[in-house]
Design a protein around this ligand. Structure first.
Ligand SMILES: [Zn+2]
Length: 809
């Protein structure tokens, strides 16, 4: 027996226990910790009036000495004692097995979790919280009590989360035959949280941003995200909790799989094509950038200094793409067989990505996934090049696919990947001459033949549904792209064609601006293709308006930046603006007509039709505001004043915020006072200003940092202002004078003292410095060097990011 007492927040790294002989022994530790002084938000800490925990990845060791590894599993019994008046609610994992009164106005609760679990899934919550309660009957007829907790004044914003939870439970039974296993399922929303949410067994702890919603405070995107994150954490009960990771290198085993499952769920709840487009937009903007920089890593990384730095877009989003490729290669049934075998073999254990791969193979007649392992070993985004040749005499079409992956830090050369490429061939009449099929590209170059192709040279539709996380290069002309945009039977690829047309135009315009030349006018084919989309917006009730809205949305700056050999963010911003403005001028009447037709005063509803209507209407508004004139101000002001839900209000405010005139400040003031202190609404208020495209954006941010509502201790608030600026306002962050860089480096240093995880993420904004033109490259490096000079004063989290960024390529 041993007692370790410490009044330090951070416990000593290790303790040595002299075994004193053979046999079993009991180790008892007693620790004293101060949750009120824990601003890292890892371990046991205080958020608002409540106490809570966050133990993934290595937070449990900040609570007590423990074998804090995911493969060490134990049954936990927890007793919590507290002042009853201040902390009436005492929660932990599993089932409640006892409660009672104690002297001095105190009380206790005892919890027992029957399932052995790793310590990262441990949770305790103690507070004075309100809740809503519901029940769910599982397929086998068991009743599960569902309860979602929040601060008392937020209880009216929990209904959507509850509905999402019930839908998730049903979906996992229907699609994967997986049932919930405890009698209760609790979710607690807290305002101070580093991540989105945490899947602790039977007691999820959520960032309020992913739980609370009502029409006046949450946008359509918030509603969709809440449904997705509630589902994600629920699905972890099987993919993560029942079968967990052997070590943290295997993080993608649970995260890639669970992200894929939540993507499938959201696709089933709404429009599958829209969901796919949204996911690919995120992947391209964030993960492709990660893959092209010094922090490129395989989905199963091979080393880390702080595990918290590996909760990355690569492990999560690319990890989900890798799971999706199994699904594409095996089909729905084959994938399900693989999942069944995976759970049958490994329920209750801590396993590896190889075990998952083996289950997928073994359940499908030994399908060869040997080469597929390279997705777990090699970093980087493969480039796939496609060349098609039509032989009119023989009526054959041959398609040559080649792949190449550029070297990344520590991995100078790469072997070919196993890439599923879904293709279809379209006739000139728009009908499919070859319907969708999956080609398996395994060599550096392979040719596939299609026979009996009548009616002239077909137009290939390649990488349908984005069947692999690659960059695709084709010989497609503007005419081909416009044709695909109008006729492709694959809705994802219709959108993709619009994005390629727009990318080509933006990158060509940017190049002209860099060389101080007059940009070429936009191709008439492109303008006509966009006109056709707008026409469809008026035409039919049955058209998915979200798809039209995304077809009209130009590619993200971050995605386009990754397409440039030398990154020139400000020129790119101007180039993108120029293309958007040109389209707006050419199609002004059409944009206005669609905007007016969709600007309806109807009761708010969250369903795909209404979300689509608002989305398309607001995209039209953003085009109409590119004129930056009085008409634009009048349009956005009126939209802002008439808005009856957060989606419309924030869309109008986002337009106004970058327009000249005093209207924006009046609107911002009104938005602020309408928020009445609601933290999630205030986050939006900060973000809108951080994202504004104004000559004085940086000055405005400097003022906002001193605003009484700004706080470095709350990760949501910090990210709303500083994170949004550094990651999403490229033109301002990379402003000519370098003030954006200094501001962000100042903020990294300031927040690093409180919350290293948040600081490390922010420091990542400099990691691609080598890819920029020389003056920005030098200024970014200067800030990285400045961060390094702090030396020991820097947290390990931030040190890891900064030092990796400086590593020679
Ligand atoms: Zn997760």
């Amino acid at each position: 027996m041993l007692t370790a007492e410490s009044d330090l927040l951070v416990l000593g790294k290790t303790i040595d226990i002299a075994s004193g002989g053979k046999g079993d022994f009991t180790l008892q530790t007693k620790v004293l910790i101060k949750p009120e002084a824990n601003f890292e938000l890892s371990g046991f800490y205080k958020s608002g009036s409540a106490y809570c925990t966050q133990c993934e990845a290595e937070g449990f060791r900040r609570i007590t000495y423990y074998l804090d590894r995911p493969d060490v599993m134990a049954r936990f019994k927890v007793r919590i004692e507290a002042d009853k008046a201040k902390l009436p609610l005492l929660l932990s994992n599993g089932n409640k097995v006892g409660t009672g009164e104690l002297p001095g106005g105190r009380h206790f609760a005892e919890w027992e979790d029957p399932f052995p679990k790793p310590s990262y899934l441990f949770a305790v919550v103690a507070g004075d919280l309100g809740s809503i309660v519901d029940t769910y009957k599982t397929t086998s007829g068991r009743d599960v009590r569902l309860e979602i907790f929040s601060e008392h004044d937020n209880v009216d914003k929990l209904e959507h989360a509850m509905m999402s939870l019930k839908k998730s439970m049903k979906w996992d039974e229907d699609v994967y035959g997986l049932e919930y296993d405890l009698d209760i399922y609790n979710i607690v929303a807290v305002n101070d949280f580093n991540m989105g949410a945490m899947e602790n067994k039977g007691l999820n702890v959520f960032n309020t941003a992913f739980v609370l919603a009502k029409p006046e405070t949450a946008t359509d995107t918030d509603y969709e995200r809440i449904e997705g994150v509630i589902a994600h954490e629920y699905f972890h009960n099987w993919s993560g909790n029942r079968v967990t990771c052997q070590d943290w290198f295997q993080l993608t085993l649970k995260e890639g799989l669970t992200v894929f499952r939540d993507q499938q769920f959201s696709a089933d709840m709404g429009s599958a094509a829209v969901k796919r487009i949204e996911d690919v937009r995120v992947l391209r903007a964030r993960q492709f950038a990660e893959d092209s920089g010094p922090r490129a890593h395989a989905i199963r990384p091979e080393s880390y200094m702080k595990m918290d730095n590996f909760y990355t877009s690569t492990v999560y989003e690319k990890g989900a793409e890798v799971i999706r490729m199994y699904h594409t290669l095996l089909g729905t049934e084959g994938f399900r067989k693989g999942m069944d075998l995976y759970f049958e073999r490994h329920d209750g254990s801590a396993v590896t990505c190889d075990d998952f791969r083996a289950a997928m193979s073994d359940a499908n007649g030994g399908k060869d996934f040997g080469q597929f392992e390279r997705w777990y070993l090699q970093a980087g985004t493969p480039v796939v090049e496609a060349k098609g040749v039509y032989d009119a005499a023989k009526k054959t079409y041959s398609l040559t696919l080649s792949q190449h992956t550029a070297g990344t830090v520590g991995q100078p050369s790469k072997l070919p990947f196993h890439i599923p490429v879904r293709v279809g061939l379209l006739g000139r009449d728009g009908k499919e001459v070859v319907s969708s099929q999956v080609l398996e590209l395994k060599e550096a170059s392979q040719t596939f033949y299609f026979e009996g192709i009548e009616g002239g040279e077909p137009v290939p539709s390649l990488l349908r549904g984005f069947s692999a996380p690659v960059r695709l290069k084709t010989q497609q002309t503007e005419e081909d792209l416009a044709f695909l945009m109008a006729h492709d039977t694959d809705s994802f690829n219709r959108w993709e064609a619009s994005q390629k047309l727009a990318s080509q135009a933006i990158l060509a315009t940017t190049e002209a601006l860099t060389e101080e030349k007059t940009p070429e006018p936009l191709a008439p084919t492109m303008i006509e293709a966009f006109r056709a989309v707008l026409k469809a917006g008026l035409d039919s009730e049955s058209v998915d308006k979200s798809l039209l809205a995304y077809a009209l949305s130009l590619p993200e700056e971050l995605t386009l930046l990754g397409e440039m050999d030398v990154m020139r963010p400000v020129d790119l911003h101007k180039g993108r603006d120029h293309v958007k403005k040109t389209l707006a001028v050419a199609l002004k009447a059409e944009f206005l007509k669609v905007y007016k037709a969709l600007d309806q005063d109807v009761p708010y509803a969250v369903n795909p039709e209404e979300i689509g209507r608002r989305r398309l209407k607001n995209v039209c508004m953003s085009y109409l505001c590119t004129s930056k004139d009085k008409d634009a101000v009048a349009l956005a002001s009126s939209a802002f004043k008439r808005a009856t839900c957060m989606t419309d209000s924030i869309a109008a405010l986002a337009c106004l915020a970058s327009l000249p005139g005093s209207e924006k400040d009046e609107a911002l003031q009104m938005f602020y006072s309408n928020a009445k202190g609601d933290p999630l609404v205030l986050n939006k208020w900060f973000s809108i200003q951080a994202l504004a495209d104004l000559p004085d954006t940086i000055d405005r941010i400097q003022v906002l940092i001193k605003h009484p509502d700004f706080s470095m201790k709350n990760p949501n608030r910090f990210r709303a202002l500083i994170g949004a600026f550094a990651n999403s306002n490229l033109a301002q962050f990379h402003a000519e004078d370098g003030r954006g860089y200094v501001l962000v480096a100042d903020m990294v240093l300031a927040v690093d003292k409180l919350n290293p995880q948040v600081a490390a993420r922010l420091a990542g904004a400099f990691s691609l410095w080598r890819k920029f033109e020389s003056s920005r490259r030098n200024m970014m490096k200067e800030q990285l060097d400045r961060l390094m000079t702090v030396g020991d004063g820097l947290s390990r989290d931030t040190y890891e990011i900064v030092s990796q960024s400086l590593l020679s390529a």
